[in-house]
Design a protein around this ligand. Structure first.
Ligand code: IPE
Ligand code: MG
Length: 221
């Protein structure tokens, strides 16, 4: 979700106003994705690198996150949406950590779609924590026999399918340390639309584009 700051700047507003409007896009896209039959929707909300932004912006974003979770919980439950939050959550404050835990528990029964929010996440962090866990939990023999599927189970996305489609807004064309391992065969979709302007029509356009892709996974047809 990129372009909140530019959206605000273009309107002569503070960056935080762009983030606030971005939350409205989150709500719109979550509901639209569920309606469209998407089973897993992941949002890259805050990267590990985002911790390096000015403290005031980080603080405002965290406050917004707490507000959004509190405001949306009933909607998620009503819409059958299960929430999971993944990332280096130890870096979050205790309030947000316990809120995440209780929200996840409350939405556990949601069977229509799983919403995965990546918070304080980076792909390299994920791979590194997986290596560390695998090497401490497995014997030398098990490590020797470890294959790609086996290794995937140590990533924080264990049990979650690899993304079929990655949508990048605001004209940027880079992966920015997102799901590095998991995106090996993901289809990428780039749009100039800034995240606060990305709503149901733009999501459906992206899904339409994805439907036209020919996925060969390195093979010939
Ligand atoms: C994305 O919008 C939101 C977060 C990373 C939290 P940006 O804040 O990166 O917006 P731009 O890139 O400055 O426009
Ligand atoms: Mg940005």
């Amino acid at each position: 979700m990129d372009g909140n700051g530019r959206w605000a700047k273009a309107r002569g507003k503070e960056r935080i106003q762009g983030h606030i409007e971005g939350v409205n896009s989150v709500r719109a896209c979550v509901e639209a994705a569920a309606r469209a039959g998407v089973r897993w929707l992941s949002l890259y909300a805050f990267s590990e690198e985002n911790w390096n932004r000015p403290a005031a912006e980080v603080q405002a974003l965290m406050k917004l996150m707490v507000q959004a979770l509190n405001n949306e919980i009933d909607n998620l439950v009503k819409n059958g949406i299960r929430l999971r939050v993944l990332g280096n959550l130890e870096r979050l404050g205790p309030e947000l950590q316990s809120l995440i835990e209780s929200m996840s528990a409350k939405t556990e029964g949601g069977e229509r779609m799983t919403l995965v929010i990546f918070l304080s996440y980076s792909g390299r962090w994920d791979i590194l924590q997986a290596v560390k866990r695998a090497s401490s939990e497995l014997s030398a023999q098990q490590l020797e026999a470890l294959d790609q599927d086996g290794f995937s189970r140590f990533l924080v996305t264990s049990g979650i399918p690899d993304p079929d489609l990655l949508i990048r807004t605001s004209g940027e064309q880079r992966i920015s340390n997102y799901l590095l391992w998991q995106c090996a065969y993901t289809e990428f979709y780039y749009t100039d639309t800034l995240w606060p302007d990305f709503r149901e029509p733009q999501l459906l356009e992206a899904l339409e584009a994805y439907a036209g892709r020919d996925r060969r996974y390195g093979k010939v047809k």
